[in-house]
Design a protein around this ligand. Structure first.
Ligand code: GNR
Ligand code: NI
Length: 182
């Protein structure tokens, strides 16, 4: 299987609002399989379709230690968020190499859908809760860096742009460390 290309901040495509899945068909299953493959290859604990330039409301997650507990969310809706908050150090495959503490509600209750369109209710806390909130943000065009100070965010933007320019962050279509003769 081929890895999907992960978009990097500040790519404007990461700001698009993902559209609800309408057809629960083979294509959907295929997208989810390819997203899991990409997430495991990139060593992430979650991946939103937006990050791979697919603007549909699809998320894959595996927060288990053994990397053997696949969880996918289709058209997830937040039913409730707890008043008590938790801070966690967050990273993102779209903001490679940068980690910042983000405060979010501790617990979350969501409504999501199975491959066949059947409703599923899910309660989460801890890392899973943080991860689900981080991923739903992606579907709404939001990144964890939007939760930190604008000064920190613009510093990260500058550094990522430089890393890209220097070929130190490679995307699939680019040749790492290749310098054009032009
Ligand atoms: O791999 C990831 N780790 C992570 C750590 C703390 C909070 C959220 C995450 S999600 C991230 C993968 C990713 O970018 N998902 O969108
Ligand atoms: Ni992310």
């Amino acid at each position: 299987m081929k890895k999907l290309e992960v978009l990097h901040f500040p790519d404007p495509r990461l700001r698009k609002i993902a559209q609800p899945v309408k057809n629960f068909d083979k294509d959907l299953k295929n997208i989810i399989d390819r997203m899991f493959f990409t997430m495991y290859e990139e060593k992430g604990i979650g991946l939103a379709a937006t990050q791979v330039n697919i603007h549909k409301r699809i998320i894959v997650i595996d927060v288990s230690e053994k990397k053997n507990e696949k969880l996918y969310l289709i058209n997830p809706e937040i039913l409730s968020l707890s008043d008590d908050k938790d801070s966690m150090e967050e990273g993102c495959l779209s903001v490679p190499g940068f980690y910042e503490s983000v405060e979010r509600p501790k617990k979350i209750k969501i409504l999501t859908y199975d491959y066949d369109g059947k409703e599923i209710e899910l309660d989460a806390y801890g890392l899973l809760s943080t991860c689900i909130q981080h991923e739903i943000d992606h579907l709404n065009g939001k990144l964890f860096v939007d939760h930190i100070s604008s000064l920190k965010r613009s510093r990260i933007e500058t550094k990522i742009k430089k890393l890209k320019k220097d070929g130190l962050i490679a995307s699939r279509k680019e040749t790492p460390n290749y310098k054009s003769a032009v």
